[in-house]
Design a protein around this ligand. Structure first.
Ligand SMILES: NC(=O)c1ccc[n+]([C@@H]2O[C@H](COP(=O)([O-])OP(=O)(O)OC[C@H]3O[C@@H](n4cnc5c(N)ncnc54)[C@H](O)[C@@H]3O)[C@@H](O)[C@H]2O)c1
Length: 358
């Protein structure tokens, strides 16, 4: 059984979340584990060192001390400077998105880290450790898209008397897509939900989450994207590189000043022209279209996001400490004993990714 769990301060650009809030650390300590919380780790989310000390954590001064624990639990994938803390047998539990991170994968494998990814855990169903952040990011996507649409084409999502509402196309009607569609509908936009899963399309249509639905293929996408004001990308195939659902020529067909918010960017992006951006430099313009491709959107809503994440993570973290073979961790082990062991991650890294859809 592992004895110590380290909680380092996040170092990714603009990232203010922390993987465990004080209530979760209290549960960790009650389960018999020592919590090593790096000084200031919770500040961005409004949790003080004193809050953590009060529930039984040991506050450590440096990242090195937090990373010296048996298990390191953090939010985002380790940044290049953190790779020096990798060592054989260290258990890492975090968002990793390795299909889009070949260099990080190599660093984890060559240093013998046992790497468990939040986003590929599939027990008992769906993606229980991805869902809370997809919920936050999806809600945020509607707000962000609406904002940049004002900056770009000068269009208001909901229109006005005598002016039709904007057209929003949401790719992937999972958690991100559903929350984004709800947000956009809440602002009175016209929303088309796109997916390959017809059952899901029926549900979102029946529930009034979208105004129309569309089966995802290259032809259909071409037709809706050319008239869209805002496109929100949230297509996912567990562990794999995101399918490229919108091609470059389809982006070129969009009106200048329209907006793409590609949240699938953490898995490589579902739009051919997407490339990762950061919270401090969130957008770029390509073919006249504003692209927002931030890989850690929930990092700008750290209080809500950290609380939602910790509630989902804490039971699985306790499982990981007590029994890393537990079925409740199904799908999460990505790198073990120097090898990539998750089949979809491995296939993507070998270049057998989803590619452009027909
Ligand atoms: N950028 C960020 O800050 C951020 C935050 C949270 C989540 N995400 C990412 O958003 C993506 C979506 O996450 P989710 O939790 O909504 O996943 P999900 O599994 O709930 O939903 C994914 C949906 O995509 C659909 N899909 C798969 N292939 C498709 C295709 N070719 N065309 C259309 N739809 C397709 C699936 O059927 C499913 O309904 C993931 O890559 C996730 O990591 C990003």
């Amino acid at each position: 059984m592992a004895k110590t769990v380290g909680l380092p301060t996040e170092t990714k650009d603009g990232e203010r979340r922390v993987a465990l809030d004080p209530s979760a650390v209290k549960m960790l300590v009650h389960s018999g584990l020592d919590a090593l919380v790096q000084k200031g780790a919770g500040i961005g989310s409004g949790f003080t060192d004193e809050d953590y000390r009060f529930v039984g954590a040991r506050i450590v001064d440096t990242a090195e001390e937090a990373w010296s624990a048996d298990i390191v639990c953090k939010v985002k994938e380790p940044q290049p400077a953190e790779r020096s803390y990798f060592r054989p047998g260290l258990r890492l539990f975090a968002y990793l998105h390795l299909a889009a991170e070949p260099e990080l994968t190599e660093a984890l494998a060559s240093s013998g880290v046992e790497a468990y990814a939040f986003e590929t855990l599939t027990w008992p169903k769906g993606h229980p450790l991805l869902a809370p952040m997809s919920e936050v990011a999806g809600r945020a996507a509607a707000i962000i898209g609406a904002y940049y649409l004002g900056e770009g084409s000068g269009t208001l999502l909901g229109g006005a008397a005598g002016v039709p509402p904007s057209r929003v196309v949401v790719i992937g009607m999972g958690v991100v897509g559903t929350m984004a569609a709800r947000g956009a509908r809440g602002m009175d936009a016209e929303v088309t939900g796109v997916d390959v899963n017809l059952e899901r399309l029926l549900e979102v249509h029946e529930q009034g989450i979208v105004t129309s639905t569309l089966y995802s293929n290259h032809h259909n996408i071409g037709e809706v994207v050319s008239t869209a004001d805002l496109v929100i990308g949230g297509a996912l195939v567990t562990g794999a590189r995101a399918p490229i659902v919108i091609t470059r020529d389809q982006v070129e067909s969009m009106r200048p000043g329209s907006v793409i918010v590609d949240l699938a960017i953490d898995q490589g992006g579902c739009v051919e022209t997407s490339r990762p951006t950061s919270l401090s430099h969130p957008t770029y313009v390509e073919s006249g279209v504003i692209h927002y491709c931030v890989t850690n959107v929930p990092g700008q809503y750290p209080r809500t996001a950290s609380k939602a994440l910790s509630a989902a993570v804490i039971p699985r973290l306790i499982d990981l400490a007590h029994d890393p073979e537990s079925e409740r961790l199904e799908g999460s082990l990505n790198v073990s004993q120097g090898q990539v062991v998750h089949p979809a991650v491995l296939a993507s890294l070998k270049g057998e990714s989803q590619g452009v859809i027909d």
